[in-house]
Ligand binder design. Structure first.
Ligand code: TPP
Length: 340
């Protein structure tokens, strides 16, 4: 059983200064539903052939991202990966712009020329999306160093998977961030697999968070599927970074409920693990928890309907938008700008 889903839900005690209040929890839930329904819609459109893109599902990792990004301010920075739709939506990219970019339309965040692997939207702090495993960490250090130099108080979060922690850039970035006390949060979304390879077959330590100690860095392992635990961990790391106390490595345990990319084989994942993951699906678990806290069924239904309407509008907008014109081919290209 994945460790993350084996951890029982904790009650919302609200005794800690980092505990989410009711409004914050509802906002985390709104972002969770937005991610969950968007992911589902991407898969529907891919299945019906209305969309032809490479898509990395985020099913199962919704709560983690929603809680982390809710702990940030809108102008804080995010660097994420190909499996980044949850991070990008949670950080605030308008659905319409995200859908249009993924569908390769000129109305998208990068005029349809970036596509799903290269979503960038500085207006909401989404600075870079990378397809090269582990490459985001040094970029995040650069953003955090710029904030530190400017004294603008911004925090940078860089999101990556467990597999990325075996890339040299992870270690270089951790060392430098701690040395210079950069306002950066290293968010490892440990979904137990790097593509088709199980955690224990690619990593020498029992926990990623053990590696923080090698750099004298604060490290926290948490249940990424528990909205309260995840928010508390995220908020504490954000507060530390904002106070000039330096970086934190968060290892957030989760479970990817589908294949590495849309349509990919999933049979290599042990049956018991998949069954436990599905039985502990973080989205309905979160919903039930809110109902137990006296949030009403109609309040949740209204929130969900609003999210569905937002996605309907975004899909319609994206599919009705034009593809970039061929005359755009050499515009926004670094080489051309350097030559100018
Ligand atoms: C430097 C590099 N090596 C290999 C790949 C091929 N690759 C793409 S995704 C992936 C798995 C990464 O796993 P993890 O970091 O755990 O992230 P997850 O996909 O689980 O979110 C690999 C090896 C790559 N994109 N970049």
């Amino acid at each position: 059983m994945p460790e993350a889903v084996a951890v029982a839900d904790r009650a919302t005690s609200q005794t800690s200064p980092t505990s989410p209040d009711r409004a914050t929890l509802l906002e985390i839930y709104r972002r969770t539903v937005l991610i969950n329904r968007t992911d589902e819609r991407f898969r529907q459109l891919l299945m019906t052939g209305k969309l032809q893109i490479v898509y990395y599902p985020v099913r199962g990792q919704e709560v983690l991202s929603a809680a982390m990004m809710t702990a940030l301010k809108p102008d804080d920075y995010l660097v994420t990966t190909y499996r980044g739709v949850h991070d990008q939506l949670a950080k605030g990219i308008p659905s319409k712009l995200l859908w249009a970019e993924c569908a390769g339309r000129s109305t998208g965040t990068c005029k349809g020329k970036g596509g799903p692997m290269h979503i960038t939207h500085p207006e909401t702090g989404v600075m870079v999306t990378t397809g090269v495993v582990g490459s985001g960490l040094p970029i995040a250090n650069g953003l955090a160093l710029a904030s530190q130099n400017r004294g603008d108080g911004k925090v940078t979060v860089v999101s990556f998977g467990d597999g990325a922690t075996n890339i040299g850039a992870f270690h270089e970035a951790m060392n430098m961030a701690q040395l210079w006390k950069l306002p950066v949060i290293f968010l490892c979304q440990n979904n137990l697999f790097g593509e088709h390879t199980a955690y224990a077959a690619h990593t020498s330590v029992p926990s990623i968070v053990d590696r923080a100690a090698s750099y004298g860095m604060k490290g926290v392992k948490t249940d990424g599927n528990d909205p309260v635990a995840m928010y508390e961990t995220a908020k504490a790391a954000v507060d530390r970074a904002r106070a000039g106390e330096g970086p934190t490595l968060i290892e957030a345990m989760t479970f990817r409920m589908l294949g590495h990319l849309f349509g990919a084989d999933f049979s290599y994942v042990p049956k018991e693990l998949t069954e436990a993951g599905i039985a502990n699906d973080p989205v309905p678990r979160f919903r039930n928890r809110l109902l137990e806290m006296q949030v009403t069924e109609s309040e949740l239904a209204a929130l969900e309907a609003k999210v569905e309407a937002e996605i309907d509008e975004a899909v319609e907008f994206a599919l009705a938008s034009p593809f970039p014109d061929v005359s755009e081919l050499r515009i926004d290209v670094v080489k051309q700008e350097l030559a100018a």
